[in-house]
Design a binder for this molecule. Structure first.
Ligand SMILES: Cc1cc2nc3c(=O)[nH]c(=O)nc-3n(C[C@H](O)[C@H](O)[C@H](O)COP(=O)(O)OP(=O)(O)OC[C@H]3O[C@@H](n4cnc5c(N)ncnc54)[C@H](O)[C@@H]3O)c2cc1C
Length: 475
């Protein structure tokens, strides 16, 4: 490609009309410049607090578009953002003034039911994977909604409903096809470019564009034993300790989480839940449904519920997509920490903060970790230490842009306090509203793996082309 585009020193660019016209002849996917119909839709990401105006967005149709897009950015010194599902709360799927390679049209999914694997293009969402895999009674451990991108969620780790049984999403990755900063397409697996494969499992989008990911698929569903039970938020004080004790007693088949939230007064919600402040106990048994039912009944019976939704979510896909409409349209700022213990003092802290949230859409989320996730040694994947049995995530969401700064400040203050709790430490970068670029934050996630990540970065992206992410600078 020989298109001459002048980049400013900061990597931002304004493409002239004739340059855009020429680029349209090169790329098979749609090319959007400021002012084009559809540009505003293309520049938006899930977090409405992010309002970037890229110089160009290319909806890549396949590997060729990705390769040429990467080369264009490198040769012209453009800031480059890679957009998978567009869900990173810090807005890493877009960039002001630079080039966005939007992978959303690269969403094919191929299931191999015999060998139990799933191959996914780099812009697919988990809902698209579930749609194809569940027909065969298979799933890849992903997240808890259907709209997140497989690319970003997996490269950053990936917790969901199956992580205690089968590990993080990245632990289920068998191989990836990656377009490097050089424009070369390489395979990363245990046998080929093993250092890159190690780095992809937790190191985020730092090393290239994963145009294709192949996973081990797991047998689960379509119907599953699950609990999704809504209580009055005030009941959380009494129920949280019971939930914790039960969660710690369960085997690895069970992944569970407790959440504080407020539901909108939406007519399509069951009447007892409309406009309610709630404490939610949710659990899934990743094994034989019959065998799991008695364990799941314990989660359903922790207290007198406002509403028990468990049987209204008849299969795995319904659970995965059931909450999608409630978690979109927000201005968001999130922060998280791991918890080595969930003692009574911590539970009281969480409950009291939950009762004073600055916006009804702020979600306090306590997932259990452990199980197969913790069985992987810290140095085996870039992700790092997995020893904490719980995580605390405060998902600062609001529908009201005017309340965003107050929510953000509250999340920051609350997490600063949470950092002083017994056993609190680290951060899950998939849930981080901050650009993690400084040593302290990166070390929180990667610990002793950071130096090796920097060395791998120096091998595969020495010029730090892929830097719109939780950026690992080259050694
Ligand atoms: C509503 C909601 C629910 C969530 N639920 C969960 C959950 O259950 N579990 C969990 O672990 N996380 C969850 N997350 C967090 C999620 O894992 C991160 O937001 C993740 O980054 C999303 O990936 P994405 O592809 O959608 O995002 P994007 O913003 O598109 O990308 C995030 C980062 O990954 C990079 N990237 C994306 N795709 C590729 C690719 N193919 N190749 C190279 N780099 C790529 C991007 O460049 C960017 O740096 C949730 C987030 C939201 C907003």
């Amino acid at each position: 490609m020989s298109i001459s585009v002048a980049a400013t020193q900061s990597g931002t660019v304004r493409f002239e009309d004739d340059q855009v016209a020429e680029l349209r002849t090169v790329f098979r996917g749609q090319v959007y410049a400021p002012g084009d119909p559809g540009y505003d839709e293309m520049r938006a990401v899930e977090n409405l607090a992010i309002d970037c105006r890229p110089g160009l967005v290319i909806r890549c149709s396949g590997e060729a578009d990705v390769i040429d897009g990467v080369r264009l950015a490198r040769e012209r010194g453009l800031l480059l953002a890679v957009r998978g599902g567009g869900h990173h709360v810090a807005g890493h799927g877009t960039v002001d003034g630079g080039l966005v390679l939007d992978l959303r049209d690269m969403n094919a999914v191929w299931v191999d039911p015999v060998n139990k694997s799933v191959r996914v293009q780099g812009g697919a969402t988990w809902g698209q994977v579930d749609r194809e895999a569940q027909v065969f009674g298979l799933a890849v451990p992903g997240g808890v909604v259907s709209t997140t991108g497989v690319g970003g969620l997996t490269l950053g780790g990936g917790i969901g409903w199956l992580h205690r049984k089968w590990g993080l999403a990245c632990d289920n990755l068998l191989s990836a096809q990656v377009v490097l900063a050089s424009g070369d397409l390489v395979t990363a697996s245990a046998d080929e470019n093993a250092d890159l494969f190690w780095a992809l499992r937790g190191g985020g989008g730092n090393f290239g564009v994963a145009v294709d990911l192949t996973f081990t698929a797991r047998e689960i569903g379509p119907s599953v034993a699950l609990a999704v039970v809504f209580h009055e938020a005030s009941a959380g004080r009494e129920l949280m300790p019971k939930w914790r004790d039960l969660a710690l007693r369960c085997g690895d088949e069970v992944t569970t989480r407790a959440l504080y939230w407020s539901l909108p007064a939406a007519p399509d919600l069951p009447p007892p839940l409309q406009g309610k402040d709630v404490f939610i106990v949710a659990a899934l048994y990743a094994g034989d449904q019959q065998e799991g039912q008695s364990t799941i009944e314990e989660f359903r019976g922790l207290g007198e519920p406002l509403f028990d939704m468990s049987e209204h979510l008849p299969h795995y896909r319904a659970l995965q997509a059931g909450f999608d409409p409630l978690v979109t349209g927000h201005h968001s700022y999130w922060k998280s920490t791991y918890l080595d213990e969930l003692n009574d003092e911590t539970l009281e802290f969480i409950h009291s903060k939950a009762m004073s949230r600055p916006d009804p859409s702020v979600l306090i989320h306590v997932p259990i970790m452990g199980g197969a996730t913790a069985a992987v040694p810290a140095e085996d994947t870039a992700f790092g230490d997995r020893s904490a049995p719980f995580m605390l995530s405060i998902d600062g969401n609001t529908y009201d842009p005017a309340n965003y700064e107050a929510v953000r400040a509250w999340v920051q203050d609350t997490m600063a306090e949470a950092g002083r709790l017994q056993g609190a430490g680290g951060a899950y970068l998939n849930f981080s509203g901050d650009d993690a670029t400084d040593e302290t934050v990166l070390r929180q996630q990667y610990g002793g793996n950071l130096a090796r990540l920097r060395a791998v970065k120096a091998t595969y992206d020495p010029g730090n082309l892929f830097r719109i992410n939780n950026n690992i600078t080259p050694a």
